[in-house]
Design a protein around this ligand. Sequence first.
Ligand SMILES: C[S@@+](CC[C@H](N)C(=O)[O-])C[C@H]1O[C@@H](n2cnc3c(N)ncnc32)[C@H](O)[C@@H]1O
Length: 230
Amino acid sequence: MADYVVEFGKDGGRIEPDGRLDAPAFHRNHQAIWTVLGRFLEGKSGDVLETGSGTGQHVVHFARQSPDLMWWPSDLNEQHLRSVAAWRAHAQVPNVQPPLRIDLSDPNWASALREAGGPQQVLALFCANVIHIAPWRVAEGLFAGASALLRAEGRLFLYGPFKRGGKHTALSNAVFDSSLREGNPEWGVRDVCDLEKLAAGAGLVLTETIEMPANNLILVFARSAAGAGA
Ligand SMILES: C[S@@+](CC[C@H](N)C(=O)[O-])C[C@H]1O[C@@H](n2cnc3c(N)ncnc32)[C@H](O)[C@@H]1O
């Protein structure tokens, strides 16, 4: 069953005195995710933005594996932002920036990020387990921002449960989807086809679909040839 945590720290999980939160899913998924991200990032330099960072455990772990990259975590939840800052301080990794407040539902978040001294362009944008626990406009904002920020050869990595061709890939994902929609009709497991359409409108194209443990996928988007100069 996919994990359904909207706010870490309110799920009965551990909270360290410095504010570090723990996401149980992190322990199960970070190695598999890094195998995919690392393949693309290895040997490269530049900035990597994470949106919806949650606890901050992923960004700290990934930054340790890639000292030549600068990682920029972000979220919109205050307690999560505190947790990211606390993990950053705890880990003492030099290539993680202080967390930024980014609300993906703001269509102008990428230009606001640039104006606030954030990265002007990014090699990669990583977003895990966010767009199904949020209204569709968050996915719209994510792709619009990726289109604005990705370098010509940059990639958007989207991790989570997804439908393919209108169908769930597992019964557990279908049950999860129903529970999400019962809680909030604007939420729900997204269909890869719908995301491809959204991507096309933003000058991006799906280049890889990677099957991950526990019926999750990583979707990799790049600039389409037509949108390469956008
Ligand atoms: C299920 S958690 C996933 C956290 C982390 N990426 C992980 O995989 O452990 C979803 C995250 O998305 C963030 N989020 C929800 N709506 C958002 C929005 N509009 N803009 C940015 N982040 C958002 C939440 O605050 C939360 O940290």
